[in-house]
Design a protein around this ligand. Structure first.
Ligand SMILES: Nc1ncnc2c1ncn2[C@@H]1O[C@H](COP(=O)(O)OP(=O)(O)OP(=O)(O)O)[C@@H](O)[C@H]1O
Ligand SMILES: [Mg+2]
Length: 326
């Protein structure tokens, strides 16, 4: 099935509909989602709440079954040999999996034993992971006393105990402060390089996908709407982004900007307007004049090279940051 022999994970055309609950309609969580990850690389599934990221992870880790489509993880078909898949993968789910009433070390030794390691092998691996994730000093403390960043690192260590070929990280840094997030990024990057682990991670954070992932797949409504390296995705967008912050929201602002020569793809989000221009600097005077003539007060104007944010807006049609923060 695998079109790419180096792929550690290949999923094709996955669909999944959750049945209707309490009078609500059924939810089509996945609608033909395809993704693949090569050994030693990191792929990010980037999308808003409810896009289908966790459902994808659940299917690929055998916790849920797809209605249709195919998936092979570490060369094993997820529906034919779920046990085989479980041994080959590590999973760090969106919700923490550690036992709060056990120490970090105990959590890791137990996880190793569950994965079939001998007692001494489990102890050895626990010590190695505690050192590597910079948790050695806290190894003897109960997990419930860990900070958010430490707890998340312990989750990652648990997922790695049996040296999986494929690691799934469902929102590894959500809720972490910027420093803990940067430390986690460094750790994940090292993992994929050192152990040739294939990593599929999900994230709300454009910056995370940009910094960490070799390839990014933007997921919307259960499908991958665009996929590529962060640079490929950004270079698709020629020209500049012009962003205008208004003093107050104005319903007709989009129509006003759409009439400015050289400006396209105008979108609005509250008081923020966004548009694309071949040359941002040349477009700005026209933008200001048009808004001024229409009596719309401007707080600020910025011109920037395209970011992953712009790629997201282009393909999904709505702005990302506000929704992710919601
Ligand atoms: N067990 C379930 N029963 C019913 N509906 C579900 C179930 N799990 C997920 N869904 C629905 O499926 C859709 C996709 O959910 P999923 O958890 O995959 O999204 P996500 O991209 O991981 O979102 P988030 O960023 O919020 O974690 C959503 O509409 C969600 O409400
Ligand atoms: Mg999720």
């Amino acid at each position: 099935m695998s079109p790419n022999p180096a792929a550690a994970l290949v999923a094709a055309e996955l669909t999944k509909t959750y049945p209707a609950g309490r009078g609500g309609p059924p939810v089509r969580a996945l609608d033909g989602l395809s993704v693949s990850v090569a050994a030693g690389t990191i792929v990010a599934l980037l999308g808003r709440n409810g896009a289908g990221k966790s459902t994808t992870v659940k299917i690929l880790t055998t916790l849920a079954r797809a209605d249709s489509g195919t998936a092979e993880v570490a060369g094993i078909d997820v529906s034919r040999d779920p046990d085989g898949v479980r041994h080959a993968i590590g999973l760090v789910s969106q919700k923490s999996s550690s036992d709060p009433m056990a120490t970090g070390r105990e959590n890791l030794v137990l996880a190793g034993r569950i994965q079939g390691l001998s007692r001494s092998a489990a102890r050895g691996r626990a010590a190695e992971l505690l050192a590597r994730l910079d948790l050695a000093d806290a190894a003897g403390r109960l997990a419930k006393t860990y900070s958010g960043g430490m707890a998340r690192k312990l989750d990652v260590a648990i997922g790695l105990v049996h040296r999986p070929r494929v690691l799934f990280l469902d929102e590894p840094t959500t809720g972490l402060d910027p420093e803990a997030r940067a430390a986690m990024w460094a750790e994940i990057g090292r993992l994929s390089a050192d152990e040739q682990t294939a990593i599929l991670l999900t994230t709300h954070y454009l910056e995370e996908a940009d910094r960490l992932a070799d390839r990014v797949a933007i997921v919307d409504a259960g499908r991958v709407v665009v996929e590529g390296t962060p640079d490929e995705l950004k270079s698709e967008l020629r020209g500049d982004t012009v962003q205008v912050e208004l003093v107050a929201g104005a319903a007709h602002a989009v129509a006003v900007l759409e009439r400015v020569p050289g400006l396209g793809e105008v979108s609005a989000d509250g008081t923020r307007l966004r548009a694309r221009a071949e040359s941002g600097a040349q477009a700005v005077p026209g933008v200001l004049a048009a808004l001024d003539e229409s009596g719309i007060a401007v707080a600020s104007v910025t011109v920037a090279r395209p970011s992953l944010d712009d790629v997201y807006v282009r393909h999904v049609g709505r702005e990302f940051a506000e929704e992710a923060a919601a």
